[in-house]
Every structure is written in C-alpha cells, then in structure tokens.
Design a protein around this ligand. Structure first.
Ligand code: ATP
Ligand code: MG
Length: 271
C-alpha cells in the first residue's frame, strides 16, 4: 500500500514514446518523455493542443500502452487500468440515472463499503464540493459546473492514490471555473492525494500546480519543470494575480509552450 504523504516516486515516464497509426499514417504523439512525479504532488501539465497531454494521461491511467519506453506506478510497469489511478475526463463523467449522492457513492458501493461509512464519506464530499441541499437531484437538474463537481467527487470518493484529470473544467464557464479550481486545491491539499492535472491554460496550470510540466508541440516532450512557490491551501485568484513571482512564472510557461523560450533547460528537475 502506498503511503500518501511519502515523498517518493509514484508515477514515472522513462524514455516514453507513443505513436498512433491512422489510415496508414504514423503520428508520433510523445517522444523521449522523462518525468518523475512524487506521491502527494499536485502536478499540472500544459502544452499546445495535440502535443500528447491526453495520450500521456491515458498511459498513466493504464488506458493506453506506450510504443516504447516505460510508464511506472510505484516503481512497477503500468499494465491496464486500476482503482489506484482514477481518471476524470473532459467529457462529463456522471451517470444520468443516479442522483448526486448516488453518483458520488457509486465507486464505494462497487468496492463494498458498508452503508453507514459510505454515507458519511459521501456527505463529507458533498460538503467539500458545496452541493449541500442538492443530494437527491439528478444530473439533468444541475448546472454544468455542479455536474462537473459531482464528476470530480465521484473519482475522489474511492480515494485513489493518484487522480488524473484531463481538462476537467474545460466545458465550465469562466467564473464557475475559478471556484472549482479553488475548491480543487483545498480538496487535494486536504486529502494529500497525487493529482496530475492536464490543461491547455497556462494560468490554470500556474494557479493549481506545485509545479508545471511544460510540454513542446507534437511530438510532445517535456521542455521544463517549472516550480511554483507554495501559496498555501487557501490560495485564491486575487492573491495569485497580485504576486509578481506568479506573473514571472506565467510569462515563462507561455514562452515555453509557444516555443519561444531561450535554451530550454531540459535537465532541470523539481526539488
Ligand atoms: N486515436 C488516435 N488515432 C490517431 N491519432 C491520434 C489519436 N489520438 C490522438 N491522436 C493524435 O496524437 C496527437 C496527440 O493527441 P492528444 O489527444 O494526446 O493531444 P492533447 O495534447 O491532449 O491535445 P488537446 O489539448 O487538443 O486535448 C494529436 O496530434 C492527435 O492527432
Ligand atoms: Mg487532450
């Protein structure tokens, strides 16, 4: 069993390469990807559209096999999907025929958690995502932002050591997105799970991450690991945009993902 608070590698990509073949044409999505993510990290991965972010998330989730190189979970090669690595997709991942509590508790039911314990865990999550009073509503009765909160809580409920999130807020309006991001930070910092958050928004990456993995355009490679100063569990957008250090990081990451950075320091690793 993985100890969630230990600072040891939980996800690793070693010389990872991934090719797709479509109608006789080869597309190299990822090339020479080397990355180590430690347990408890909140990592954001940012890069231009089509650079292989979703491909990387799927490989870590066990939903895709690299063409060459290795993807490791807790030091062992990833072979197929596992309840240890939950994934939140961009497309809405809630069950329309289940209520809010029915959706959040679904994975716990499958895992056979006793009812009383399950109800307690679900109630705690409902509170964390701010949906008290909506417990018995169906997804069709919720706003898009509320549904996305349920999707996040659903994956969170079973407490997988690793949560992979592939642009989970892309379809949510800008204002709701700010709230969801702040909630996500509190949720992640409270539970100390490892989160890999994929986004094409540089600001979102900087706001959420302990560090940012900046990727090149396709074939995707890791250009640089950019650390973000610790802003604490209650970081807010207001606090972030006033901080000149953050402004500098946003500029740096923009340079990197737009391919305008001078001498990318590929050897740099986070502390
Ligand atoms: N099933 C597939 N078959 C063929 N090519 C694919 C397939 N899935 C992805 N690709 C190609 O691989 C590359 C990487 O795709 P991927 O979805 O990983 O990118 P992404 O960084 O997540 O992009 P976005 O930001 O637009 O979501 C793209 O150029 C895409 O065209
Ligand atoms: Mg994608």
């Amino acid at each position: 069993m993985i100890q969630l608070n230990e600072r040891k590698p939980i996800l690793q990509a070693i010389n990872l390469r991934h090719e797709y073949e479509a109608r006789g044409q080869k597309i190299v999505a990822l090339q020479d990807v080397n990355l180590t993510i430690n347990a408890g990290d909140f990592v954001t991965v940012v890069g231009p559209s089509g650079c292989g972010k979703s491909t990387l998330a799927k490989i870590f989730a066990g939903l895709g096999t690299p063409t060459s190189g290795e993807a490791l979970y807790a030091g062992k090669p990833i072979k197929g999907a596992s309840s240890e690595r939950g994934m939140v997709f961009q497309e809405l991942a809630v069950l329309p025929w289940r209520t809010v509590v029915g959706n959040i508790g679904h994975g716990l039911e499958i895992a056979g958690m006793p009812k009383a314990e399950r109800e307690q865990r679900v109630a705690e999550l409902v509170r964390l995502i701010g949906l008290e009073g909506f417990e018995k509503k169906y997804p069709s009765e919720l706003s898009g932002g509320m549904r996305q909160r349920v999707a996040v809580a659903r994956t969170w409920a079973t407490r997988p050591p690793v949560i992979l999130m592939d642009e989970p807020f892309a379809a949510v309006d800008a204002i709701t997105r700010l709230t969801l991001q702040e909630e996500l930070i509190r949720l992640a910092r409270t539970t100390k799970q490892t989160v890999v958050f994929i986004t094409h928004s540089v600001e979102e990456a900087v706001f959420l991450g302990d560090y940012i993995v900046a990727m090149s355009s396709r074939p995707g490679r890791v250009l640089e690991i950019v650390p973000v100063p610790d802003m604490g569990i209650n970081r807010t957008w207001e606090q972030m945009i006033r901080d000149p250090r953050i402004e500098a990081i946003v500029s740096r990451v923009f340079e990197l993902v737009r391919g305008r950075a001078v001498a990318p320091s590929t050897e740099r690793q986070h502390a």
